[in-house]
Design a protein around this ligand. Structure first.
Ligand code: GRF
Length: 194
């Protein structure tokens, strides 16, 4: 069971595949006195992920896990998570789908940030799809991870207005700024509800 006992901070792992701007933001938040969590492990499936250098800069243990075989990749990840006493996993731009079996091991303890107002636009190219459908808003969602893609219970959402002549690129930059506010807020909400 995940329990907040006394002043002990919750040990969190962040999974990334790319830039790691959400990772950087979560790390910065975790360093604040009021933070209830500490990031102890960064997992990447991609050796070229920029986020790895962010983990290194902050001296956070980081592991690159080759994904040529899902089963053995997940086995290695589970080993690292247990070795580092990880209680909660944040998926921050992690481009691999976790198996049912993996999720079972961390049931209710994996959260993800997704760049759309779920349940709209699961999957990729979310902002372009919102623009093409003439939506008034795009945005971002932090949700629990279950075995269906981008479908777990929603924790928090933030809307971002789609402007006239918006492009997916411009919109994604504005949404990313909101993601950086939303993710730590959602993580705190998860931790205080325990
Ligand atoms: C973010 O837009 C996030 O919502 C999505 O992947 C992107 C990751 O960005 N899941 P970064 O690597 O955190 O900069």
């Amino acid at each position: 069971m995940l329990k907040l006992t006394g002043y002990k901070k919750i040990d969190v792992a962040v999974f990334i595949s790319g830039n790691g701007s959400n990772l950087k933001n979560l790390i910065n938040y975790s360093l604040k006195k009021r933070s209830k969590f500490v990031i102890n492990l960064v997992i990447s499936n991609n050796i070229k992920a920029k986020g790895i250098s962010i983990a290194k800069k902050f001296k956070i243990k980081n592991k690159i896990i080759k994904y040529s075989n899902i089963k053995s990749a997940e086995k290695k990840i589970l080993f690292e998570l247990r070795k580092n006493n990880i209680n909660l996993i944040c998926l921050a731009g992690f481009m691999k789908i976790l198996s049912k079996n993996f999720i079972k091991n961390f049931d209710g303890k994996i959260i993800n940030i997704h760049p759309s107002l779920l349940p709209r636009y699961k999957g990729l190219n979310t902002h372009q799809r919102a623009i093409s459908n003439n939506d008034k808003f795009s945005g971002c969602t932090v949700h629990y991870v279950n075995s269906k893609l981008d479908s777990g219970k929603i924790i928090l959402q933030k809307r971002v207005k789609i402007l006239k002549n918006d492009t997916a690129n411009k919109l994604s930059k504005r949404v990313l700024k909101q993601e950086h506010l939303l993710f730590p807020k959602a993580l705190n909400k998860v931790l205080t509800s325990l």
